[in-house]
Design a protein around this ligand. Sequence first.
Ligand code: SAM
Ligand code: SF4
Length: 326
Amino acid sequence: MMPLIDPIGRTINYLRLSVTDRCNLRCTYCMPEAGIDKIAHGDILSYEELYRIAQAAVSMGIDKIRITGGEPLVRKGIVHFLHQLSEIPGLEQLVLTTNGVLLEEMAADLHAAGVQRLNISLDSLNPKTFAHISRCGDLERVLAGIEAAKACGFPIKLNMVVMRGINDHEIVDLAALATTSAITVRFIEYMPAIREHNWQKLVVPGSEILSRLAQHFTLVPVEQSETAGPARNFRIPGAIGTLGVITPVSHDFCSECNRIRVTASGLAKGCLFSTSQVDLKLALRNGSNMLLNQALGSVVDTKPVRHQMNPEECYHQAFSMSSIGG
Ligand code: SAM
Ligand code: SF4
């Protein structure tokens, strides 16, 4: 199959597909305290429509799909849907991002459905800090979910959004999890999606995260494969797991970006931070598969060259990550 290539030569092989904007947590960095306007039920794509998008994307050159949300595991019927996706010929990687709250009961079913890897958000090991960041979460449930996922044999990445004065004092504790467990712990720079007042104070640049880690661990850079994604990865001699740092704010990876996104209401986007989007519902509900392919192709053709964001300034319209899928 011909690779899908955008106008500046980036190969696009990765689709982040959101199945819901609903969530069982309310993370401070993801949505404002008052919550967000939910997508009306009639505007949420059915599983049949999501499947058609996935199939069309794979037919055009996408070989990796990440299911995200909101919280993907709160949508009824998700396991059956994942099983259907896993059987699309040409789809090489089916992976999922979750907050872990429902994993204890669902991990085995996800594994049986053909999900190959899990990214699990974990911002703190302190129950009070965790409850504060998630505004309602129970750390014990998430930790039990992580254990259940490990027991099923899932390769696991734990993602911590690092925020100064909130959880940055736990970087070393989170990293220590990778010394005794075969997981990757990744530290993500806080992104000012919702543009809260004084957001700059929350950003801990990746360089600072690394120098703080280096005071406790020997960090050996891991050779990057071309498709390894945006993380810079490190191993610690003697550790079973690895560490990663993702720096969308201080050091963007736009020139290597290989992804497009589709929201639960069918808005296809070439960049998280751009208002440019194509409504796939028109092609899905009135048109043919050819129109759907054309609509997806136009997202690739208009993919922004880079986002406009650095640790001091951002120019995007405020949005909730849960409405797009992070
Ligand atoms: N609910 C799932 C979860 O939390 O893992 C999936 C959806 S969530 C929107 C996807 C990812 O976006 C999570 O890893 C979350 O930590 C990340 N995210 C959300 N808001 C962010 C922000 N302001 N800065 C950096 N990462 C963010
Ligand atoms: Fe929900 Fe994930 Fe957003 Fe937290 S980051 S509120 S778990 S969608």
